[in-house]
Design a protein around this ligand. Structure first.
Ligand SMILES: Cc1cc2nc3c(=O)[nH]c(=O)nc-3n(C[C@H](O)[C@H](O)[C@H](O)COP(=O)(O)OP(=O)(O)OC[C@H]3O[C@@H](n4cnc5c(N)ncnc54)[C@H](O)[C@@H]3O)c2cc1C
Length: 394
């Protein structure tokens, strides 16, 4: 940094937590310099990744480039990866060998795929988290549709929201060219979902002939088959792994406290424990137990690892960064549950929340509008809205 220029607020990770913190902070008058460090070229609006796979949305809509999003917004973007944090010297180190000073640091590095050490899952499994994953799944659908064998089958491991939503979209795209098996080690699909959404999801899976296998643990993923608990095997043409989220923030020195999943403990103001200047938001952050929580870790109702939590935290954190710079007291984060939405196949969805329960096409349209309002930055929202209006006019 040049002498005389104040040190920036550095934000590591340009997902829902990091990018939205950067944009919210940049919208404040007299905001400090902001540096976003993010290795990807494009922001990914993950809740709409299913619609990218199915071709219902286009990549420029849900994966805008950071340079376009941030142009003229007062946020500098460094395409790099934070590899270590030195809390004492207020520096981050990056993969390209840079060492950068920060006034305040926000860790928002999100999560990756967790395969729980299941043999073969990394080597033979496909995933659903990146643009490259979407590409690979599109190729798989294409291959299976061309081959159209009677015995073709794909397996999706994990019947949480990602597994269920993906199963519905893939079944629609495959249009009978292969069967879809959804494998869950727990007793039910969508264990955390609202009852209405779960019922709608189970009905949507059934309509598409998706075979749901519950209480079935995958012990190994091999080329052409899954090994299941109890010595069974299941022949598959492909396995898509959606179970699990690996949380691995960059190492911090001195070490920061975290929960057993690796999420960093934060105070209600979203600051790391025992730190004045380092914050964490999104999947990588967990509210630390308070002294009044008798049973520690287990007494907490942890915040879900969702985009909804991350972008609400971003607003709170942008305020707190301004308060901190002004020496004012900070606000505690308060999560407001805005409800739950599921994409359930092409043109279908289900949603519950704010006194509303809705399924089918109306839910699909409302879900899209709700997410339109959440796309990053007003100029991008308007561009996408204009594109949708033009499509409807055709
Ligand atoms: C397929 C899918 C569908 C989903 N659907 C929904 C949904 O419908 N509703 C919902 O609320 N949530 C949904 N989620 C969850 C939601 O997307 C996450 O909870 C949310 O993205 C978390 O935001 P985040 O900022 O913590 O992490 P992310 O959005 O994952 O962003 C993390 C960013 O950090 C970057 N990064 C990683 N390591 C480093 C590093 N060392 N240095 C710098 N940058 C780094 C990454 O490149 C990434 O851009 C879905 C997730 C997936 C995968």
């Amino acid at each position: 940094m040049t002498a005389g220029v104040s040190k920036p607020v550095v934000i590591a990770g340009g997902g829902f937590g990091g990018l939205y913190t950067a944009l919210a902070l940049a919208s404040k008058r007299h905001h400090p310099p902001i540096l976003l460090i993010e290795p990807g070229e494009r922001f990914l609006f993950l809740p709409l990744l299913y619609e990218l796979l199915s071709g219902e949305l286009r990549s420029w809509e849900i994966c805008p480039r950071y340079d376009a999003l941030l142009a003229g917004r007062g946020v500098a973007w460094l395409r790099d990866r934070v590899t270590a944090v030195d809390a004492n010297s207020h520096q981050v180190h990056t993969a390209s060998g840079r060492s950068l000073q920060f006034s305040q640091l926000v860790l928002a590095t999100g999560g990756g795929n967790e395969t729980f050490g299941v043999p073969g899952a990394q080597e033979h499994g496909l995933f659903f988290r990146t643009l490259a994953d979407v590409e690979r799944l599109n190729q798989l659908v294409e291959t299976l549709r061309q081959r159209r064998g009677a015995q073709q089958r794909i397996a999706i491991v994990g019947a949480g929201p990602s597994g269920v939503e993906l199963a519905c979209k893939l079944a629609d795209l495959l249009a009978g060219a292969a069967t879809v098996a959804l494998i869950e080690q727990g007793p039910t699909a969508l264990p955390q979902a609202r009852a209405f959404n779960r019922e709608q999801a189970l009905a949507a899976l059934q309509r598409r002939n998706v075979r749901l296998h519950t209480a079935m643990a995958v012990q190994a993923v091999e080329a052409g088959q899954l090994r299941l608990a109890g010595g069974q095997t299941l022949a598959v043409d492909a396995t898509i792994w959606t179970a699990g989220l690996r949380l691995q923030p960059p190492p911090i020195s001195p070490a920061a406290a975290s929960d057993r999943r690796g999420r960093l403990w934060v105070s209600p103001e979203l600051r790391l424990l025992h730190s004045a200047d380092i914050y964490a938001v999104g999947d990588v952050a967990a509210l630390a137990p308070q002294a009044s929580d008798q049973d520690g870790d287990d007494a907490l109702q942890p915040l879900p690892t969702t985009a909804q939590v991350a972008f609400q935290q971003a607003d709170c954190l942008a305020n707190n960064l301004m308060h901190a710079a002004a020496g004012e007291p900070q606000e505690p984060f308060q999560f407001q549950d805005l409800g739950e939405m599921l994409s359930l196949g092409i043109g279908e969805a289900s949603l519950t929340g704010q006194g509303l329960t809705l399924a089918g096409k109306p839910a699909f349209l409302l879900r899209r509008l709700a997410y339109l309002a959440r796309l990053p930055g007003r100029p991008h929202q308007l561009k996408v809205a204009a594109g949708w209006l033009a499509d409807w006019g055709r």
